[in-house]
Design a protein around this ligand. Structure first.
Ligand code: F6P
Ligand code: MN
Length: 336
């Protein structure tokens, strides 16, 4: 084998285990099973109109959002892949009201898996990138039949987190709590190959991501921050900023991981009653761990997202994450 032989996800996980000892065989299996489910979702997504999977199903989820056929299919793919292997104690999904218990016919393991099966699904029908976000927690000691309360752990407790982005290529971004590594799906080989080791988000950025149509609903600190960015060279920041908004959190975060930037979904008048727009357990926590592990920062405007004690499985939070300097600035404006 040459020095540059590609490293598969399997090889990477085994080498991490040998070098650092922080992943056991069950966690390794869990990650591989999630990765292979993402591969199946990637295939379903890429079939597009030919797969008969576009459009709405005619149902709504617990969040009151219209479910796409691919939302439900992705959820089923992840459930089926993960429930029989013996590595999980229970599963929770953005698309299900309550945690999914492991059927009694299968053995149970020590981990809890949480996922947003298809993030950004409003983008499916227009052929724009979507993704899967996941988070792994430990089942609390002594809990045999985990219910919602078993999942209500702070983001700092996550054992692993990751996302798959289904774009022009499918990539898997993974953290086991010790840096962030990026794998790209080799469609011919059918396997994920390590393509970037120990990714870091640039500290400084000139790019921001926010849904500007909500501007009139924002609170004063967000109004101040964004108006300073938009003022550009002639404003207090004395330089120009660029804006991007895909409206798939996975795609927006992936851009920031790749070339820097700041992503914001603040609390505003429209979503104040719900606590925010994005989900703490399925979106904010896993992305916050990835971003922090890549050297960035993630807050809800007041403090670290990873330190929020969840009260509910489907809880929503304001999210500000990305390049450290900018996140610190917006957070300071809120603290003023
Ligand atoms: O899952 C929620 C989500 O689709 C995110 O992926 C995305 O960042 C956001 O909502 C888009 O919100 P909006 O529709 O306000 O642009
Ligand atoms: Mn989502």
């Amino acid at each position: 084998m040459t020095e540059h032989a590609p490293i598969s996800l399997s090889q990477f996980l085994i080498e991490e285990q040998r070098a650092k000892g922080q992943i056991n065989a069950d966690l390794r299996r869990l990650i591989k099973v999630v990765a292979s489910a993402c591969k199946r979702i990637s295939i379903a997504v890429s079939k597009g109109a030919l797969g008969g999977v576009l459009g709405n199903l005619g149902t709504t989820n617990v969040q009151g959002e219209a479910q796409k056929k691919l939302d439900v299919l992705s959820n089923e793919i992840l459930l089926q892949a993960n429930e029989w292997g013996g590595h999980l104690a229970a599963i929770a999904s953005e698309e299900m009201d309550d945690p999914h218990p492991i059927p009694h016919r299968y053995p149970k393991g020590e981990y809890l898996l949480v996922f947003d099966p298809l993030d950004g699904s409003s983008n499916i029908d227009v052929n724009v990138s979507v993704g899967t976000i996941f988070s792994v927690l430990r089942c609390p000691d002594g809990v045999v039949e985990p219910d919602e309360s078993a999942f209500l752990q702070r983001g700092v407790e996550q054992v692993a987190a990751g996302y798959a982005v289904y774009g022009p290529s499918t990539q898997l971004v993974l953290t086991l709590g010790d840096g962030v590594n990026v794998f790209t799906l080799d469609r011919e080989q059918g396997s994920f190959t390590l393509t970037e080791r120990n990714t870091k988000i640039p500290e400084e950025t000139s790019e921001f991501a926010i849904n500007m149509s909500n501007q009139r609903h924002w609170e004063a600190p967000m109004q101040r921050y964004v108006s300073e960015l938009v003022a550009g060279k002639t404003g207090p920041r004395e330089r120009d900023f660029n804006m991007r908004w895909v409206a798939s959190m996975v795609a927006d975060v992936h851009r920031i991981l790749t070339r820097g930037g700041i992503f914001m979904y603040p609390v505003d008048e429209k979503c104040r009653a719900a606590g925010g727009r994005l989900r703490l357990m399925y979106e904010a926590n896993p992305m916050a761990l990835i971003v922090e592990q890549a050297g960035g920062a993630a807050t809800n405007g007041l403090g670290r997202i990873l330190e929020i004690q969840p009260q509910k499985l489907h809880q929503r939070v304001p999210v500000i994450l990305g390049s450290r300097r900018e996140v610190e600035r917006v957070t300071a404006y809120h603290q003023d």
